[in-house]
Design a protein around this ligand. Structure first.
Ligand code: ZN
Length: 510
């Protein structure tokens, strides 16, 4: 195991760390602290932070890992705060941990205590080894036991690796660390990468993530290295290598001033390498967000000594506070149809809104299944390049997965919701758009209206046209997708619009 102890920011080890971080795609996190025996008026101080960095991509056949042990008792915490924070929230790095919330609370309090920084309150994207283990158990058809296993038990089972827990409660504030402590600390973080690799291989092999490789990313593939790296069938190995080497050369030949600045950690220039396609898909499907509540900042007397918190708790109240209102800079992602007609995906709770949007000719799809999981919704929105409309604030926690593609509808009534969306997205509704879309399936209408005879023919064995309509000289419209015939659509539409008194100038033309 390639292990480095980082105890000063003026060291070559620190430079090695910052360089490695800029190339890492997956990082296993762990922290050690000196056990506190006194009453819990303070959190224990974290003295060691382990980062096991996965460089490159195992699925492409090349892969390296390095473990850094950050000695927090000698590193100046304010100087490395930004670097650590960057790592914890970088969308380019998947973070792995074993019940890391506890570690994050202590880590955060340690940083706050030494330098007045705000600490850390989130880790994303994140995956907990407990959940990965459950997934693997499930795939093997094993019954998932309710009690959570220890990391050493999981390690033993998945990797056949023995992880001694004897040193867990050793004195982690003592310096220098013993050889055993160093080995233990490195192993503890490094094994997370190993477990994730097994999971990753399984997920890739099973293939649901492999579909639609071509249809995705097509529009946002930028030319250059990023684009090349994301191409599924290119010589990943070669290109990946070249990319990393090039990065090394750039960093090695950077001016000494710049190197110094990087080394100081004062202004960390992180040119992160984007995740490759398959890892990105895993993150989108299984990634979590670790969030600390405000109440997590203070120790509670009621917590039993040494008891680890139950697995990831995502704080919904906090989410609501943060995402209560729409905050995206433009009302929608311009690349998704910035000509004023974005496409929408209406969550089950606002399905009625979908019909209303279709009435005014706006492309509004509904979820593929009746009770979609948040991930399915996000996936559909992402793949079909739609803005997800929802009233479910919980969905906004996944906002980082599809930037500017989730909008929380505030109004409760369908008509008001329609107005709200039209205003928020500055939709331009023209009159010829009004009868252009099937309210039933979101399909397009056949361009020209059908005559009564054509309509009768089209309706055969499919739809019953009430006799009373035949002498009314009505126009019929048919959907190209579901073949539904429409005749009341004109009446319905204009009544809706009148109700909303939205088209004040079309009223006269009725
Ligand atoms: Zn239709």
């Amino acid at each position: 195991m390639d292990t480095h102890i980082v105890s000063s920011i003026d060291s070559s080890e620190f430079t090695h760390l910052t360089r490695t971080l800029s190339k890492s795609t997956v990082i296993g996190l762990d922290a050690e602290w000196k056990p506190v025996r006194s009453q819990r008026s303070t959190f224990p101080t974290v003295t060691l932070l382990q980062l096991a960095c996965q460089i490159g991509d195992d699925s492409a056949g090349w892969d390296e890992s390095v473990v850094f042990l950050l000695d927090l008792s000698s590193l100046p915490l304010p100087s490395i705060w930004e670097l650590i924070k960057d790592v914890l929230v970088s969308p380019d790095i998947l973070k792995l941990g074993f019940k890391f919330k506890q570690d994050l609370i202590y880590l955060s309090s340690t940083f706050r205590a030494q330098g007045g920084n705000p600490g850390f309150d989130q880790v994303e994207p994140y995956m907990d080894i407990t959940n990965i283990y459950k997934f693997l158990q499930h795939k093997q058809g094993k019954k998932i036991s309710k009690d959570t296993k220890s990391l050493s038990a999981i390690c033993e089972e998945i990797l056949g690796l023995h992880l001694s827990k004897e040193l867990q409660c050793s004195d982690w504030s003592h310096r220098p660390l013993t050889e055993e402590q160093i080995r233990y600390a490195a192993k503890d973080a490094h094994c997370l990468l190993g477990i994730f690799k097994i999971f990753q291989a399984k997920v890739i092999k099973e293939g649901p993530l492999c579909n639609h490789v071509n249809e995705q990313h097509q529009s946002n593939v930028s030319l250059g290295l990023k684009g090349i790296l994301e191409m599924p069938d290119c010589e990943n190995k070669l290109v990946g290598r070249k990319f990393c080497n090039a990065l090394d050369i750039v960093q090695a030949t950077a001016s000494s001033e710049e190197c110094e600045r990087i080394a100081r950690g004062v202004e960390v220039i992180r040119k992160t390498k984007p995740m490759d396609e398959s890892l990105w898909k895993i993150v989108r499907k299984y990634g979590e967000k670790l969030f600390l509540r405000v109440s997590d900042r203070n120790p509670k007397a009621s917590r039993r000594k040494g008891k680890r918190l139950s697995s990831v708790v995502v704080c919904e109240e906090k989410q609501l506070e943060n995402y209560g209102d729409w905050q995206g800079p433009p009302p929608w992602d311009i690349s998704l149809g910035g000509d004023g007609c974005p496409k929408f995906l209406c969550d089950v709770m606002v399905e009625g809104l979908a019909k209303h949007l279709r009435c005014v000719g706006v492309d509004a799809a509904v979820p593929h299944s009746r009770k979609p999981e948040p991930r399915e919704l996000i996936d559909q929105a992402y793949k079909e390049k739609r803005v997800l409309l929802t009233r479910d604030a919980k969905l906004l926690r996944h906002q980082y997965l599809i930037k500017n593609q989730i909008y929380r509808v505030n109004n409760l009534l369908k008509n008001e919701q329609l107005l709200e969306v039209i205003e928020a997205f500055q939709l331009k509704i023209s009159e010829d758009q009004l009868m252009s879309r099937c309210t039933k399936c979101n399909g397009r209408f056949i361009q020209k209206p059908l005559t009564v005879e054509e309509a009768i023919e089209a309706a055969k064995g499919f739809q019953k046209i009430p006799n009373c309509l035949f002498d009314k000289n009505l126009e019929f419209w048919q959907c190209m997708d579901c073949n539904q015939l429409y005749w009341e659509v004109v009446y319905f539409l204009f009544s809706l619009i009148l109700e909303m008194s939205f088209f004040s100038n079309t009223e006269n033309t009725l």
